[in-house]
Design a protein around this ligand. Structure first.
Ligand code: PLP
Length: 339
């Protein structure tokens, strides 16, 4: 099977498994796992933030950030198609007791005027705005990169209003590689950042939450509260360290494969393609339902993700080759090309 459903489906390579087997470990709830500590230091260094915390999932990382930055009753300004709002089980309400103020956008970039309008005035009988969240790259906007200039403007504006900004950077390294910039350039000035090791970087488990020392100290308490304190987690952290050392550069290949995939699909008349900037390809089918397309592709040995009635998402990653992309395009052509 050629699995294009998500970049979460990658399996650890032989080299990564060796690193995991050889990892030095200790009890991380006591702060004594040397490999976890090393991963956290390395991540903080790469992103240019003071401190980092290893968490089991991106969802937990994001929700810890929401909890630490806000108080119950606060409002959180975020993008309407964002992961935090759509795919995290309403946890911002369930756990932090905050209200989402979603803003609809074309490609995930929050316009300053819309943010300004969404911020509550400081009047005692109104709820308080507590946080702004952005997503880079944007999952549901076909891997769109948050333009550096727009991010800096937003950050400056939010800070001028006394609001912290959290980045859901599940795929921040995809953005960095596509822009040819170090990830720290994209993280500069942010109050917190979450990124995933388990997506395109190819690790089996884990994400990192980053911020100031004080923020991470509080985040560690909240992680424990959620049952996310892990013990000999060094075996997992070793996979993460291996991924940061060996797999960041591979993302460029994923982007090249996504472009190739998009080029092939663009030639099919019945496909309406969204812009492709990184490793995610999203399109609408004009004449077939997404469920039918997914079923037919599966019969041809290719797994895709139906994300709407007519909408399909394909994601390139470490475990798909250029040759397999060519096969996937051929299968789509066979299915859609004969109208
Ligand atoms: C995958 C993802 C997450 C976190 O996912 P987990 O499955 O909880 O690790 C968060 N944000 C975005 C944009 C994602 O794509």
């Amino acid at each position: 099977m050629i699995d294009l459903r998500s970049d979460t489906v990658t399996k650890p390579t032989a080299g990564m498994r060796r690193a995991m087997a050889a990892a030095e470990v200790g009890d991380d709830v006591y702060g004594e796992d040397p490999t976890v500590n090393k991963l956290q230091e390395r991540a903080a260094e790469l992103l240019g933030l003071e401190a980092a915390l290893f968490v089991p999932s991106g969802t937990m990382g994001n929700q810890i950030a929401v909890k630490v930055h806000t108080r119950p009753g606060d409002e959180v300004i975020l993008e309407a198609d964002s992961h935090i709002f759509n795919y995290e089980m309403g946890m911002m309400a369930a756990f932090s007791g905050v209200l989402a103020r979603p803003i609809q956008t074309a490609r995930g970039v929050l316009p300053l005027e819309a943010v300004a309008e969404a911020i509550r005035s400081a009047i005692y009988y109104l709820s308080r705005t507590g946080l702004v969240c952005i997503e880079n790259t944007h999952n549901r906007k076909s891997g769109a990169i948050y333009p550096l200039e727009a991010a800096r403007e937003l950050l400056e504006f939010a800070h001028s209003k006394g609001l912290p900004v959290h980045l859901d950077g599940a795929r921040i390294f995809n953005a960095a590689v596509a822009l040819g910039l170090p990830a720290r350039e994209l993280a500069r000035g942010l109050d917190s950042v979450m990124f995933c090791l388990s997506k395109g970087l190819g690790a089996p488990v884990g994400s990192l939450l980053l911020g100031s020392r004080a923020f991470i100290e509080e985040a560690r308490r909240v992680r424990k509260m959620l049952g996310g304190g892990m013990r000999q987690a060094g075996v997992l952290a070793a996979a993460g360290l291996y991924a940061l050392e060996h797999h960041i550069d591979c993302l460029a290949e994923d982007h090249e494969n996504a472009r190739l995939l998009a080029q092939g699909l663009a030639e099919l008349g019945s496909v309406q393609l969204e812009p492709v900037e990184t490793n995610i390809v999203i399109f609408n089918l004009k004449e077939m339902s997404a469920a039918e397309f997914a079923e037919q592709m599966k019969e041809r040995g290719i797994l895709v993700h139906a994300i709407g009635p007519q909408r399909i998402r394909l994601v390139t990653h470490l475990d798909v080759s250029r040759e397999q992309i060519v096969k996937a395009v051929a299968a789509a052509r066979e299915l859609l090309g004969r109208d």
